[in-house]
Design a protein around this ligand. Structure first.
Ligand code: COA
Length: 159
């Protein structure tokens, strides 16, 4: 069975718990809440295999911009084009070529997991915002990368 990509306006309880599980594993427990995934003002696109969520894409509209808030793919499914498929779906369904798009990429130990995807969709780094998570890291969420201190930076991409 192939992978299904679809937008879901309201996640059901099982979908909510699967998204939280993926986020807890990748970013750390507590980074995303049920409240976050229940927000009505965000676009939620899921990648499903046999009805199990293997990845999600969250986008949101700001006054003048479209923002890619988060892309997350289960570890065993990474580098299999799922993140690209989710982003293609978003660009096709929600954006036109004139739209301004912003993405925030997580930078750790000089690596940016989402960097390539951003470049593929015409986004370039415009500003390193630094350690934007440092006040919350290991406080409001249990960061998977915390090493006595917050070590992650955030790089803003735009077209
Ligand atoms: C980053 C992430 C969303 C990419 O999704 P994916 O399905 O694995 O990516 P794709 O298979 O579509 O690959 C897209 C490109 O990104 C590259 N890539 C994927 N994961 C990468 C990683 N961890 N580091 C560097 N490059 C990576 C691929 O090699 C590919 O490049 P190519 O087109 O030149 O071959 C996914 O790996 C993930 O969830 N990572 C952990 C969470 C994360 O960092 N999310 C981004 C938060 S800003």
């Amino acid at each position: 069975m192939s992978i299904e990509i679809k937008e879901i306006k309201k996640l059901n309880p099982l979908q909510l718990s699967q998204c939280i599980e993926i986020s807890d594993n990748l970013f750390g427990k507590g980074y995303h809440s049920i409240k976050y995934f229940s927000r009505k003002d965000i676009v939620k696109i899921l990648a499903l295999k046999k009805n199990k969520i293997i990845g999600f894409f969250i986008g949101k509209n700001e006054v003048k911009n479209f923002v890619i808030d988060c892309i997350a793919i289960r570890k065993s499914w990474q580098r299999k084009n799922i993140g690209t498929k989710l982003t293609i779906f978003y660009f096709k369904k929600f954006l036109s070529s004139k739209d301004k798009v912003i993405a925030y990429a997580w930078k750790i130990k000089n690596k940016m997991p989402a960097g390539k995807i951003n470049y593929k969709f015409g986004l370039k780094p415009v500003k390193n915002l630094g350690r934007i998570w440092k006040d919350n890291c290991n406080v409001s969420f249990k960061c998977t990368s915390y090493k006595n201190t917050c070590i992650c930076e955030c790089v803003k991409f735009s077209n």
